[in-house]
Write a protein that binds this ligand. Structure first.
Ligand code: NDP
Ligand code: HSE
Length: 441
């Protein structure tokens, strides 16, 4: 009789302990998906993932049946100290920064969806994560479920990015889409976006462009290997967009979108990075013009790759939780198997260019006197500032007043701003109705 050698036993991998900070729109979905897919997530990580606690402000709020009440705590600091990976979903920049630094200091990997935190304190946090040799991952911080952070940081690491152009705020895209295609008022559309869980706790950050500016800063830092912070972004939101502006854009074959634009500038002053957020008129055949609802899309123009587009759900609990869990799997795997995700770099240290160094096209809409000579005065104002006119459209007027929409060729921002100011004082101009940048397809 032969004696079989005993089966080699592989000790079961130690569970990776995960602390969740925040259980709101996104946190609730992270808990749900983590519990629903725990078997598959364990396979992908190579070890079980154990949710050891969920920090919140209030223990009394109803969080639905998917959130185990016994895991809730208001003591976020103790929770952070007990974790291998900390997932920060509370938002804000102060408590979140302290907790993330505490987690990193204790050797935990960190996953966050908090763009405001990264755009404000990114350099401090990246340096702390580097010093501790831990992950600091934030795919969900830009464009929700869309894997654009990894795309720019890792897939394009061998290329030279020239320009990044994106719809990166779901709330404002939803509002503009509802105003354009549904004929809704701004306030109604905003309320809907809040109810659907797209908006920030304070929606001012969405409608004033600050949320998009934070994402623009993150994308610009990654694309140009340069530290770009929120203060470096020239920012204008959508609160000034009127139904008349939307109708006028439509008449011109376009739609109004809030874009984040980060570009490499090479002029007589050398190379620099310019980053801005503002409403833009896009021709309907532009790849970003058809991005509807709360969807996000980012176009990246790189020297070798050419034009790439990343598209998908940019906000909402479940889509954002998908990106959070992708990072969580990576960070948990590194805890068990060693290694670290590629980190950002700032070796290029390009200077930040002010908006005056940017070149763009403008559509200016004016209410003017409907009489001989007015067009000639306007043309002189453009010419005096070295700005060339591409098209002029006049809407039928009353015989006394008319509306003109004038689109320029590309011109330096400083000249365009000076032209717009001078137009207000030009003979025959009754009112400057709007002033939008216009992108080419
Ligand atoms: P919510 O406001 O819905 O949830 C925030 C959660 O954090 C709540 O559970 C709250 O507790 C908790 N919290 C707040 N402050 C503290 C604190 N000091 N200590 C402990 N817990 C705290 O936010 P969201 O889920 O919408 O967003 C979370 C993060 O994800 C933000 O950074 C946001 O910018 C980002 N994000 C959000 C997206 C979205 O579509 N909503 C998309 C992409 C990113 P309590 O419930 O008790 O009040
Ligand atoms: N408030 C943000 C938006 C959430 O509307 O896009 C995603 O970051």
């Amino acid at each position: 009789m032969t004696v079989q050698p005993p089966e080699p036993t592989v000790p079961p991998a130690e569970p990776v302990k995960v602390a969740l900070l925040g259980c709101g729109t996104v946190g609730t979905q992270v808990v749900r998906l983590l519990r629903l897919d725990s078997g598959e997530i364990a396979e992908r990580v190579g070890a079980p993932v154990e949710l050891v606690g969920i920090a919140v402000r209030s223990l009394d709020a109803d969080r639905g049946p998917g959130v185990p009440a016994e895991l809730l705590t208001t003591d976020a600091h103790s929770l952070v100290r007990a974790a291998d990976v900390v997932v920060e979903l509370i938002g804000g920049t102060t408590t979140a920064r302290d907790l993330v630094l505490e987690a990193i200091g204790g050797g935990a990997g960190v996953v966050t969806a908090n763009k405001a935190l990264l755009a404000t304190h990114g350099p401090q946090l990246y340096a702390a994560a580097d010093a501790a040799g831990v992950d600091l991952l934030y795919e969900a911080a830009v464009a929700g479920a869309v894997p654009v952070v990894r795309g720019v940081r890792e897939s394009l690491a061998g290329d030279r990015v020239a320009r990044v152009l994106g719809i990166v705020n779901g709330t404002t895209n939803y509002i503009l889409d509802e105003m354009t295609n549904g004929g809704y008022d701004f306030d109604v559309a905003l309320k809907e976006a809040q109810e659907l869980g797209y908006a920030e706790a304070d929606p001012t950050a969405d409608v004033e462009g600050h949320d998009a500016a934070a994402k623009a800063a993150i994308l610009a830092s990654l694309a140009f290997h340069t530290r770009v912070s929120l203060d470096d972004v020239d920012c204008e939101g959508i609160t000034g967009v009127t139904a008349g502006d939307i109708a006028s854009a439509r008449d011109a074959g376009g739609v109004i979108k809030l874009l984040a634009i980060a570009e490499r500038i090479e002029d007589t002053r050398g190379e620099a990075v310019a980053v801005r957020v503002h409403p833009v008129i896009l021709p309907v055949d532009h790849p970003l013009a058809g991005v509807r609802g709360a969807y996000n899309a980012v176009v990246v123009e790189a020297e070798a790759a050419g034009r790439l587009m990343f598209y998908g759900a940019g906000a909402g609990g479940a889509p954002t939780a998908s990106a959070v869990l992708g990072d969580l799997v990576a960070a948990a795997r590194h805890r068990g198997q060693g290694g670290r995700a590629p980190a950002e770099s700032a070796y290029a240290e390009l200077p930040i260019a002010g908006p005056e160094r940017v070149t763009s096209r403008r559509q200016v809409r004016l209410a003017v006197d409907d009489r001989p000579g007015v067009l000639a005065h306007l043309a002189t104002t453009f010419a005096d500032h070295g700005v060339s006119i591409e098209t002029v459209r006049q809407q039928p007027g009353t015989g006394e007043a008319a509306t003109l929409a004038i689109v320029t060729h590309d011109a330096p921002e400083a000249a365009l701003r000076a032209t717009v100011e001078a137009l207000r004082e030009t003979v025959g101009v009754r009112e400057l109705l709007s002033d939008y940048r216009v992108e080419r397809a």
